[in-house]
Design a protein around this ligand. Structure first.
Ligand code: NAD
Length: 250
């Protein structure tokens, strides 16, 4: 039986845990070779080793998405190890709750560096390798926070909105190279990023803000990302895939 991304090579940022890890495991299950990258070295290495133990092909590379040299190294490692790059998931991100006045300049710059600059750098270094491969698919993980406001998390919303529109302009720029670029907009997903939030008093309200009556799982997102990564979505570029249980439908 053939997999949905058979023979493809993927690089995923922030894949040591959470959604990135789920995407890595699903891609491998569907026939891809995967480079898992993160600043969490030990955790990322464990995920890669576990995939290999189960018969899949995966390797880990340390990647701080704010660092140009790390991106160059991650792309080089991918091509050296598996011969090409077909899929890039710009998934690494951080969430901060602070509103406009409570956000320090340092915090603002940190969130922008990881969520926004990191996504741009991923495309900047991923595109040349994909061009050599004859094309590819880039999936930028934005958020429901890139579609609507919530009255908090100013820097986070700013960066996720930026990722949404950056995706669209890059999609137009690289269509000629057969590189498709789309954004994914998860609702609240049960990962370490939000365990604190969900445990707090407001946790119930967060669940209720999702018309389907629950927060999302990592697999809810991974299946959407898999679709965009695969050739099933060969006519899809510059689009935004909302996977949020209706959170932004209000
Ligand atoms: P997570 O915190 O479990 O995973 C994020 C990963 O990014 C971690 O492994 C972390 O080490 C890594 N990371 C952080 N800074 C990095 C850096 N400088 N370089 C490389 N890696 C770095 O959370 P998650 O829910 O799996 O988040 C994945 C993506 O989904 C993020 O972009 C996040 O903003 C987005 N998202 C999450 C939710 C949610 O509710 N969990 C909702 C919408 C969007």
């Amino acid at each position: 039986m053939s997999g949905r991304v058979d023979g493809k090579v993927a690089l995923i940022s922030g894949a040591a845990r959470g959604q990135g890890e789920a995407e890595a495991r699903l891609f491998v299950k569907e026939g891809a070779k995967v480079v898992i990258s993160d600043i969490l070295v030990e955790q990322g290495q464990k995920v890669a080793a576990d995939i290999v133990r189960q018969g899949g092909q995966a390797t880990f590379v340390k990647l701080d998405v704010t660092k140009e040299a790390d991106w160059q190294d991650a792309v080089d490692t991918t091509v050296r190890t598996y011969g090409k790059l077909n899929i890039l998931v710009n998934n690494a991100g951080i969430f901060r709750m602070e509103g406009v006045e409570a956000t320090s300049l340092e915090l603002w710059n940190q969130v922008i560096a990881i969520n926004q600059t990191g996504t741009w750098l991923g495309m900047k270094y991923g595109v040349p390798a994909m061009r050599k491969a004859g094309g590819g698919s880039i999936i930028n993980i934005s958020s429901g926070a890139g579609i609507i406001g919530t009255g908090m998390a100013a820097a986070y919303h700013g960066t996720k909105g930026a990722v949404r529109i950056l995706t669209k302009t890059a999609a137009i720029e690289y269509a000629k190279d057969n590189i498709r670029i789309n954004s994914v907009h998860p609702g609240v997903i049960d990962t370490e990023m939000v365990t604190g939030l969900l445990a707090e008093e407001g946790g119930r309200a967060i669940v209720q803000a999702h018309p389907l009556g629950r927060v999302g799982t990592v697999d809810d997102i991974a299946y959407g990302v898999l679709y965009l990564a695969s050739d099933e979505s060969s006519f899809v570029t510059g689009s935004e895939l909302i996977i949020d249980g209706g959170f932004t439908a209000h």
